[in-house]
Design a protein around this ligand. Structure first.
Ligand SMILES: CC(C)(COP(=O)(O)OP(=O)(O)OC[C@H]1O[C@@H](n2cnc3c(N)ncnc32)[C@H](O)[C@@H]1OP(=O)(O)O)[C@@H](O)C(=O)NCCC(=O)NCCS
Length: 178
């Protein structure tokens, strides 16, 4: 899918934006949204989305394993996602790793806040007791969002991400269930 099929930001209003659990009908849109954010080469560990087949498998497997995964849908198109994937080791299953992103044109309008609120509420209800993430230290909007939702810094992972030959630090941030 090309970005041409996303609705224009001007068409976005709280009335036509839904935050919903991901379903099979959203998989192609989710894949396109991940690919778009990854290709900015700034925010995600991946620089492009895995193939659609692999993405589909990863999502369906992680849902089976207890992940929470919501998407933001505007005028029928997926424009963002937020997921929390529980770790697999028996001693770490109470703990889940957060990932999120929004197609560039839709940022800074509170959609990330809505997705994160919905994801955390579902996660706590499901018994997840710790949410954690790594975020590039220079990603100020994401860090501001996480802090506002009670995530605290647990450390700096030095030279954690290497993009185009440049190393970047990342913050390890986490919050516990209320
Ligand atoms: C991070 C992201 C999901 C946030 O979603 P969003 O819809 O833009 O977030 P919101 O509009 O709900 O809130 C963003 C916050 O960042 C703040 N912000 C925006 N630009 C900022 C900047 N340049 N510096 C500091 N804070 C900034 C906003 O003011 C807001 O905080 P506030 O409500 O306390 O004022 C979105 O920006 C995104 O997709 N970024 C690219 C992908 C990414 O970084 N993913 C996370 C990887 S760990």
């Amino acid at each position: 899918m090309s970005s041409a099929s996303w609705p224009t930001a001007a068409h976005l209003s709280p009335a036509n934006l839904e935050i919903v659990p991901i379903g099979r009908a959203h998989l192609a849109g989710f894949h396109a949204a991940v690919d778009s954010v990854a290709k900015e080469r700034r925010y995600l560990a991946m620089l492009e989305a895995p193939s659609f087949t692999r993405t589909r498998r990863l999502v369906l497997d992680s849902l089976k394993a207890g992940a929470v995964h919501v998407v933001a849908v505007a005028a029928g198109e997926v424009i963002g996602w937020c997921d929390l994937r529980p770790k697999t080791a028996p001693t770490l299953r109470h703990s889940a790793v957060l990932g999120m992103g929004i197609v560039a044109a839709y940022r800074g309008q509170g959609i990330g806040s809505r997705m994160l609120a919905a994801t955390l509420e579902l996660a706590w209800a499901r018994g997840i007791r710790r949410a954690e993430l790594n975020v590039r230290s220079d990603n100020a909007p994401a860090i501001a969002l996480y802090r506002r939702f009670g995530f605290v810094d647990e450390g700096t992972c030095r030279n954690y991400i290497c993009i185009d030959g440049v190393d970047y630090d990342a913050l390890l941030m986490a919050r516990l269930a209320p």
